[in-house]
Design a binder for this molecule. Structure first.
Ligand code: ADP
Ligand code: MG
Length: 341
């Protein structure tokens, strides 16, 4: 895979970022769901942090968050489509159709979202948006249309001024800062544009096991095992597992970030424009990996600026001036019986 010399990766931010001030509690508290949205048996509780992690709960334990499970059956390829990661992904001749949601409980629900920046006069306004498990969603639109503002809200990095955001059936506005942290730590992998959230002086395995230890208290040897499983699923060459991240190519950085998503087993994976820094082959490979992740039941949202790759996604949402301009289905999601062993 070619290395893109323009792909400068500055040091990733530290994994343990200081928290912003707690969100204002403007919504009535919601009961946790009786069953996880994907209808699987109740999950085991998240491992308890050890060693005085800042996420150690002080009150009753957090509501457990279910790792993703596969939801969809594989389909044979039809027409110009090709089968990738258990899905039929449209070929370039496939015409998108108006979006129709699957019969699932969404993992992300936005209602009446409104956010205004005084300084720049920019307003993000999204009356209604639901995003589903197993779906690979592309969010595009011109520079300045609000893509990063939206994804940072979904990643619980910024507060919501007005409206409601539900993540994994939790009403984010009703959560304490602590519960919001637990939701982020158990529910969301956020791959930011800058440095992809990786620490470039560490190795891929070390980076991931440190994340698992810091945020979930997972013992380091178990963390290393999960890191190896995740990196293998993300198809990073084994000989790179112990290389320093800053020596890896752009495409390999993306594999580490996606390996981290697998290892952390958080049901939602959000990424902000990680494709533009890559060469075309690495971009396609990275989208293939996102397809695999979605096929495992993860909710995958990718901000991108690559119209030629839209047809590799299930759903394409385009923003314009802080509004949703279009929301289209590019390739089908077909619910079916469990896969044959
Ligand atoms: P995109 O990711 O689609 O390029 P952004 O979401 O980064 O767009 O930004 C959308 C608009 O919001 C831009 O006009 C930007 O200047 C403005 N903006 C983003 N963040 C802030 C902020 N913290 N304060 C004021 N304006 C902001
Ligand atoms: Mg942006």
């Amino acid at each position: 895979m070619a290395h893109d010399p323009n792909n400068q990766h500055p040091n990733g931010p530290p994994l343990s970022k200081p928290l912003g001030k707690p969100m204002q509690n403007i919504y009535p508290a919601q009961q946790p769901p009786a069953a996880p949205p994907w209808g699987a048996p109740p999950p085991p509780p998240l491992p308890k942090p050890v060693g005085g992690s800042r996420l150690t709960p002080t009150g009753p334990g957090p509501v457990p968050i279910q790792p993703p499970v596969p939801l969809w059956r594989s389909m044979p390829p039809t027409g110009p489509g090709q089968q990738l990661g258990g899905y039929v992904v449209a070929g370039t001749n496939v015409k998108p159709v108006p979006y129709t949601p699957p019969r699932e409980t969404p993992t992300i629900v936005i209602q009446g979202l409104y956010s205004h920046f005084e300084k720049t006069g920019f307003t993000l306004s999204i009356p209604d948006l639901r995003i589903y498990p197993g779906e690979l969603t592309y969010i595009g639109g011109p520079s300045g249309s609000g893509k990063s503002t939206l994804i940072r809200m979904l990643a619980l990095e910024t507060e919501i001024e007005r409206g409601q955001l539900h993540i994994l059936d939790r009403n984010v506005g009703a959560l304490s800062a602590h519960a919001r942290d637990d939701l982020r730590g158990g529910g969301i992998t956020y791959i930011p544009q800058k440095g992809l959230g990786l620490i470039d002086i560490l190795t891929p395995v070390e980076c991931i096991r440190r994340l698992l230890y810091d945020f979930e208290g997972i013992p380091l040897d178990e963390g290393a095992r999960r890191a190896e499983v995740g990196l293998t699923k993300a198809r990073l060459l084994r000989e790179r597992f112990e290389a320093t991240i800053k020596t890896l190519s752009g495409g390999e950085w993306a594999r580490v970030a996606i390996g981290k998503a697998y290892a952390a087993e958080r049901p939602i994976c959000l990424s902000d424009e990680i494709l533009p820094a890559l060469d075309e082959e690495s971009r396609i490979n990275t989208v293939d990996l996102f397809q695999d992740l979605a096929a495992e039941g993860y909710t995958v949202v990718v901000i991108a600026h690559q119209p030629n790759l839209m047809d590799r996604f299930h759903r394409v949402i385009l923003l314009e001036n802080g509004h949703i301009k279009s929301d289209l289905r590019y390739s089908p999601l077909v619910r079916g019986p469990a896969q044959q062993p």
